[in-house]
Design a protein around this ligand. Structure first.
Ligand SMILES: NC(=O)c1ccc[n+]([C@@H]2O[C@H](COP(=O)([O-])OP(=O)(O)OC[C@H]3O[C@@H](n4cnc5c(N)ncnc54)[C@H](O)[C@@H]3O)[C@@H](O)[C@H]2O)c1
Ligand SMILES: [Zn+2]
Length: 675
């Protein structure tokens, strides 16, 4: 192949990956694989400089702004960072820096964690946050001001009147991602593979109310305009921290000799950081020297990112099986020789979908690299060596469900982008599919839902296999004889099973709703929903309009969640199932929060919103203790809307619509005091 052809090929595929990564927030290859393509491109361009054009991916910053959002052209170009993977690369960086400065002008370096999130720019003017944008292509970014306003750690006001332009990273703390993913798994959604995808996707959502539900944080790592008086990067960061702006405060300043040690120290400590760190950033500390060094079209010459190697292992694929989940999704799974990876033994890895397998070109028998992504599910990164028997076939996703034989349904990923999208999901559409029934029952019985003891995998397999149970309601018709007749089941264990199932009738509506597996509705949302719906009977009696009104008023329920609940409540099969559960007396009314019957606020109802000086729950408790009622949303008959900082426009509009009085936190305190 000619270098021209290969160059064109690389550019084409890198651009396709950039599009998926930066615009769709949904990469289809790992960063390591992507980086391999970039390294090849750069090597090729070094050898054939005539191939370099200004729009080559080696010369430009990643993403472009989406078509359907407001775009903002910025004053200062936002750049990427050059990468280093070894001490040799770092030595090369040092040589370039030294060469770029006058003889005897010796730099010191600041070393700090490289945060793995999405970069944004935030502008303050007259002490107020006035604008936030994504990086986009560096020059033009997406306007995400309303979204960033919902992020708690970003102050809406600071004590500094001059214009201040900051760069920062939107991140999700590891513990927050775990909770978010647990909720997503419970809601039948794909967990986020890593905090970067979760953060980048969230900060660009179109509905700020949904953004507010995500545990986002911002950490500022640079000021491009404003701190005229500060001579160095680190002094500026300290000054930002004094202004109450979030910074990481983990910088070390050292002459060149200390740089590699400082990087090693970060590598050593990074497991203890609350956020994911994929490297260390080394920057020339002095602004004067930074200016002298300047930048290329893609990155500053005064900084470099040293990337830590991800935790990887190599093993052999013995089989590829297809699992059918509770929602009918078919997932190919690699069965591998067990191998130690980041502290655990791993023998299976998800291959996600047919498209992924095709991209990786994995066959049974291949040696593969695997990696733990964000320490959650191991994934196959790529093939190390192909030990294939001649004629071994490509793996193909089945056209029929391996469990029930029904023809599968494939959904395409992105309309209008055929070169990027093959099938993203393959589903078995048969609701009676035994794999789905099993999945639904195990999910229904799980800890976060109905918490039914003694219902293990093998028992559920048998119950479904023998057609004793076709849906979750059938569990309540089981008798001891039937269960005792199954393999490995004595009379005593059978009694325990029937007893546990019976006892679960007492679970409140939130657990029941969670257990039914409404798409998008996890444990937390199910509890909110139950507060609103109170009983199963009442829920079934609601008309579609009534249900929509109730559900759309729930705090934090965006349009997707609302639609999902309404679709579920309308669905004939789901209604039948809920009636069947009702006939079997499953589910208790959701207890209302206990309300004080005396106090200055009896008969008054409140919706509390925005950022207050106290925690929201504490304010709720105070109001309740004084006899007030709390609503999660502003609705007809609400007496007051207590509006804190960053109160959303929707809330204020609703207050206006329903004639609800809007008061401040101080005014609320006066009411509480009875004055
Ligand atoms: N898998 C894919 O399909 C795919 C596609 C495109 C890009 N990628 C990956 O994205 C990365 C390249 O993205 P990039 O160009 O945004 O570069 P980058 O993320 O490697 O580095 C630049 C960014 O680092 C951030 N950063 C974090 N901490 C910082 C700090 N302390 N100081 C300064 N900046 C800091 C900034 O936001 C900056 O924009 C590579 O790792 C690549 O593998 C993957
Ligand atoms: Zn099936």
């Amino acid at each position: 192949m000619t270098p021209q052809r290969r160059h064109a090929e690389l550019v084409h595929s890198i651009e396709a990956h950039n599009y998926r990564y930066y615009v769709l927030d949904d990469p289809s290859v790992t960063d390591a694989e992507f980086d391999t393509l970039m390294v090849e491109l750069k090597a090729l361009e070094k050898e054939h400089p005539e191939l370099v054009t200004p729009d080559s991916p080696s010369q430009r910053v990643g993403g472009e702004a989406r078509a359907n959002v407001t775009k903002i052209k910025r004053e200062y170009r936002m750049m990427s960072l050059d990468n280093a993977y070894s001490a040799a690369d770092m030595g090369e960086f040092h040589r370039r820096v030294t060469e770029g400065l006058r003889d005897g002008d010796v730099p010191t370096f600041a070393i700090e964690p490289k945060l793995d999130g999405a970069s944004i720019e935030v502008v303050y003017e007259g002490g107020r946050m006035v604008q936030a944008t994504t990086r986009g292509d560096g020059v033009t970014g997406e306007d995400i001001t309303p979204n960033v306003r919902t992020i708690r750690g970003v102050p809406s006001r600071i004590k500094h009147d001059k214009k201040l332009t900051l760069r920062g990273e939107v991140v999700i703390y590891r513990k927050d991602l775990d909770a978010l993913n647990a909720d997503r798994i419970a809601a039948g959604l794909e967990p986020f593979a890593n905090p970067r995808n979760a953060a980048a996707g969230a900060v660009r959502m179109l509905d700020p109310r949904e953004v507010a539900q995500r545990p986002l944080r911002v950490i500022f790592y640079q000021a491009v305009e404003g701190p005229e008086a500060k001579p160095t990067h680190v002094e500026t960061l300290n000054w930002l921290a004094d202004l109450g702006l979030p910074t990481h405060r983990r910088e070390t300043v050292t002459p060149w000799e200390g740089v590699m040690d400082a990087i090693a120290a970060i590598d050593h400590a990074r497991k203890t950081y609350p956020y994911e760190t994929d490297g260390a950033v080394v920057k020339v500390d002095s602004y004067r020297q930074q200016d002298a060094l300047g930048s290329t079209s893609k990155f500053p010459k005064w900084a470099i990112a040293y990337k830590f190697p991800a935790e990887q292992a190599v093993t052999t694929v013995r089989d590829i099986i297809v699992q059918v989940g509770r929602t009918g999704a078919l997932t190919p799974v690699a069965i591998m020789d067990p191998v130690e990876l980041a502290g655990t033994t791993v023998s299976r890895a998800s291959l996600h979908n047919g498209e992924q397998i095709r991209l990786l070109d994995v066959h049974v028998g291949d040696r593969v690299f695997i990696q733990k992504a964000g320490e959650i599910i191991p994934q196959v990164l790529g093939v190390e060596s192909r030990a294939r028997e001649a004629g071994s076939a490509h793996f193909k996703m089945p056209t029929h469900c391996p469990e029930c034989g029904t023809a599968v349904v494939m959904r395409l990923r992105e309309e209008g982008k055929p070169e990027l999208g093959a099938e993203a999901t393959t589903r078995c559409p048969n609701r009676q599919c035994p794999a789905q029934v099993r999945g639904r029952i195990l999910f229904f019985a799980s800890r976060s839902a109905m918490a039914i003891d003694h219902l293990g995998d093998s028992l559920v397999d048998q119950l479904v296999g023998k057609e004793l149970v076709k849906d979750v309601a059938d569990l309540y018709d089981l008798d001891v004889e039937q269960v005792a007749g199954l393999e490995r089941m004595g009379k005593k264990s059978a009694e325990n099973v029937v007893k546990s199932v019976g006892a679960s009738r007492d679970r409140t509506l939130d657990r029941l709703l969670c257990g039914l597996g409404i798409p998008q509705i996890g444990q937390v949302a199910a509890r909110q929903l139950a507060q609103e719906l109170v009983t199963l009977e009442g829920t079934l009696a609601l008309s579609e309009e009534e249900a929509r009104e109730k559900v759309s008023g729930i705090h934090g329920f965006g349009p997707k969640m609302v639609d999902s609940v309404i679709d579920f409540l309308k669905n004939e099969d789901e209604r039948k199932l809920m009636k069947k559960l009702l006939d079997r007396h499953v589910g208790q009314p959701q207890p209302r929060e206990v309300v004080a019957t005396e106090g200055p606020l009896v008969g008054k109802s409140f919706c509390v919103t925005g950022v207050l000086t106290r925690k929201r729950e504490d304010v709720h408790a105070l109001l309740r203790a004084a006899g007030g009622t709390i609503f999660d949303s502003v609705k007809k008959g609400t007496t007051y809307l207590v509006a804190g900082d960053k109160t959303g426009k929707t809330k204020l509009d609703q207050a206006k619509k329903f004639g609800v009085q809007v008061i401040s936190e101080e005014e609320m305190d006066k009411l509480l005091a009875g004055t």
